[in-house]
Design a protein. Structure first.
Length: 493
């Protein structure tokens, strides 16, 4: 019988377990619990320990907000990470660091959808992290640093830099990856100088164009504090139980329609807290930072799904019910000005109101931020590789948001994977999963996923479908409408 795997980190010895032949370590603290005197503070390195620490169970997640939040245990050791390695005795393996941060409000690194086994089998050391989300991580508070969730991610990457060689990984061959809010986090890290030396490559799936100005963020915090009966300061909110505050964020998200007149696009999207362009932690959004030469390009694998908004229209129970007025509002709010609404109608003259609405929401929320990030990274001297997923989910009737994640991890048998693909995924889904997973592994190892890089002239894109192909970017009408119009931070209207 094999002895459990042990690794001596800079803080102390951790003992994991063997799973399907791979060494797995879970719930390793990379920073001290951000509670008590450390509530709303920048992350503080974990304390060293004596003896052997058992790391066989996932760490607890920070308080969650939103309709799909994970269960919240009472333990407050929120800032933990997990490592899965093919062989802790080896050296120089490529490392993939996965950031979980759905909508900047929810997610757990212990979700079975993120099972790293298949990626470890292909030779990667896989790290997945928990960080602060929602108000704990992103509410702008007087007396606290902004964007604490991003600071947590930097702290986790610093831990990886210091310790991953002891697990068989190469600290100079780190790829940081994420989807949705996790992808937005990766995009933000591209602009943050303390983070740039901590990773070599980046993978972003469905980058959201979701940042807000300090003026808007201050009003959101003031409203949240008023609903909680306290002042909008770190000192006052520290007296509010973390889960109570997270629950109030959920309630505020439900009530956002009543704030549309003042909070504009943020209220229409239904997410109350997100990264703030505060001028300190986050000096600007990634698109102008890259195109303006204030952030250097990297090896970047970026993609989106064809029907991003389909997930939300189905989850809201609105699929098939959108009206002309709904489409008009979506175009007025989210199509780039000036002339965006007319440009969309001219580009899609036969589209139904629902088709127009889904197109503009998909573009504004994820597709165009992803495309424009690829173009900005290329302009900054990096190599960008672009894909669009066109494979259809039988449950959602389209290539919806999130469909790419179980494909990349090879976890279509996870609960979320079965919701998206059914109990028995079709052969074409298995084939796309194999291709996307191999693209991740090749990219993390060599910097190339297996298709040509995206250049503004040819715009070569990998289209992942029943019959995958490499072709010019398929959403040309949207690209032309958004050309030169990167997502701007949400502001008061």
């Amino acid at each position: 019988m094999l002895e459990p795997p042990r690794v001596r980190t800079a803080e102390g010895v951790v003992e994991g377990r063997w799973q399907q032949g791979y060494a797995v370590f879970r719930g390793i603290s990379y920073a001290q619990p951000p509670v008590g005197a450390l509530r709303f503070a920048a992350p503080v390195p974990a304390r060293p320990w004596e003896g052997i620490r058992q790391t066989t169970e996932f760490g607890p997640v920070a308080p969650q907000s939103g309709p799909t939040r994970a269960a919240q245990p009472e333990d407050t050791d929120w800032l933990t990470l997990n490592v899965c390695t093919p062989d802790p005795g080896r050296a120089g393996l490529p490392v993939l660091v996965w950031i979980t941060c759905g909508g900047y409000m929810a997610g757990s690194s212990g979700d079975p959808m993120y099972d790293p086994t298949a990626l470890a089998a292909a030779g990667l050391v896989v790290v997945s992290i928990n960080c602060r989300m929602g108000a704990e991580g992103f509410a702008l508070l007087d007396g606290a640093p902004a964007n604490r969730g991003l600071l947590d991610q930097v702290a986790a990457l610093q831990w990886v830099r210091q310790n991953i060689a002891r697990f068989g990984g190469d600290p100079d061959l780190v790829t940081v990856a994420g989807q949705s809010g996790g992808a937005g986090s990766v995009a933000a890290l591209l602009t943050m100088k303390p983070a740039r030396a901590l990773f070599r490559r980046a993978i972003t799936h469905s980058v959201p164009g979701l940042h807000c100005t300090p003026a808007l963020a201050e009003q959101v915090t003031a409203t949240l504090a008023d609903r909680l009966g306290t002042a909008p300061t770190a000192a006052a909110l520290a007296d509010i139980a973390p889960q109570r505050m997270a629950d109030e964020v959920t309630a505020l998200c439900i009530d956002l329609p009543q704030y549309r007149e003042r909070w504009g696009r943020l209220a229409h999207l239904g997410i109350a807290v997100c990264p703030v362009v505060d001028g300190g932690v986050l000096t600007e959004t990634p698109w102008p930072a890259l195109t303006g030469g204030r952030a250097a390009g990297v090896d970047l694998l970026v993609g989106h799904t064809r029907d991003e908004f389909r997930l939300f229209s189905v989850m809201m129970g609105r699929r098939g019910t959108f009206t002309e007025q709904d489409a008009r509002t979506a175009l007025d709010v989210f199509a780039p000005a000036p002339g965006g609404p007319d440009a969309y109608r001219a580009a899609h003259p036969h589209a139904s109101p629902e088709e127009l609405l889904e197109t503009v929401y998909s573009d504004a929320a994820f597709r165009m931020p992803s495309l424009l990030l690829a173009e900005a990274n290329t302009a900054a001297g990096g190599s960008s590789f672009l894909f669009e997923l066109q494979l259809t989910s039988p449950a959602f009737g389209g290539a919806c948001h999130g469909l790419d994640v179980p494909l990349a991890f090879g976890t279509m048998d996870s609960p979320t994977g079965k919701q998206l693909f059914g109990d028995e995924p079709a052969p074409e889904a298995v084939a796309v999963s194999r291709e996307l997973q191999q693209a991740w592994v090749r990219f993390a190892t060599t910097g190339e996923p297996g298709w040509p890089s995206y250049e503004p002239g040819q715009q070569l894109t990998r289209v992942l479908a029943t019959e995958s192909r490499t072709a010019p970017y398929p959403e040309q009408a949207s690209r032309q409408i958004w050309q030169g119009r990167p997502p701007a931070p949400f502001d008061l209207t």
